[in-house]
Write a protein that binds this ligand. Structure first.
Ligand code: THU
Length: 158
C-alpha cells in the first residue's frame, strides 16, 4: 500500500485591482449577469461570463424550475450556449460570481466542473476559471484538472 497525494494549485487575489483589465471586466460582467438569474426557489443568484478567444463574451445565469432537478447552474447555461452558438470557438476563460456573506469566492458545483472538463477536452485547451466578486478575494484556476482531480473522462470510454 502507498499513500498517494494530489496537489492543487491556484492563484488568489486580494481584490479586483490585482487582476488584468480583461479579467476584471469579465468578473464584473459575471456579477452584473446575476441580475438576470431566475432563482425564485433558492434566491441564490449566480452569474457566469465566458470569454472566447475571438473576443466574444457569453453570459449565463442559473435557471431554476418548480421541478427542482430541471434547473441549471449559471456556468452550464453559459458553457452550453457557447457550445451551441460558437461550436468552433475556443473558450479562453470563465468568470463566476455568486453571493456570499463574507465576499468569499463560491466555487462551481461538481456537475459544472465535469462540463468544464468536457469543454476543455473538446477544444483541446484548458479554460481559466475566475471565481469571486467585484468586492473581496478572487481565486483563479488554470483549468478543470485543478478543480476536478481524478475526473471521469472520454478516454475511459474507449
Ligand atoms: N448554482 C449555480 O448556478 N452554480 C453553481 O456552481 C452552484 C449552484 C445555482 C443552482 C441553484 O439555482 C442555486 O445556485 C442554488 O444551488
Amino acid at each position: 500500500m502507498k499513500d498517494e497525494r494530489i496537489e492543487i494549485n491556484y492563484k488568489s487575489y486580494d481584490s479586483l485591482a490585482e487582476l488584468s483589465d480583461a479579467d476584471a471586466e469579465l468578473l464584473k460582467k459575471s456579477e452584473e449577469a446575476r441580475l438576470n438569474a431566475y432563482a425564485p426557489y433558492s434566491k441564490f443568484h449566480v452569474g457566469a461570463a465566458i470569454r472566447l478567444e475571438n473576443g466574444e463574451i457569453i453570459l449565463g445565469t442559473n435557471q431554476e424550475n418548480a421541478a427542482y432537478p430541471s434547473g441549471m447552474c449559471a456556468e452550464r447555461v453559459a458553457l452550453y450556449y457557447a457550445g451551441s452558438q460558437f461550436p468552433n470557438s475556443v473558450i479562453e476563460s470563465i468568470a463566476v460570481s455568486a453571493p456570499s456573506a463574507n465576499a468569499l469566492p463560491v466555487p462551481p458545483c461538481g456537475a459544472c466542473r465535469q462540463v468544464l472538463l468536457e469543454n476543455e477536452q473538446r477544444q483541446i485547451k484548458k479554460i481559466r476559471v475566475l471565481i469571486g466578486q467585484t468586492k473581496g478575494k478572487i481565486i483563479e484556476f488554470d483549468g478543470s484538472e485543478s478543480l476536478l482531480p481524478l475526473a471521469f473522462k472520454e478516454s475511459f470510454l474507449r
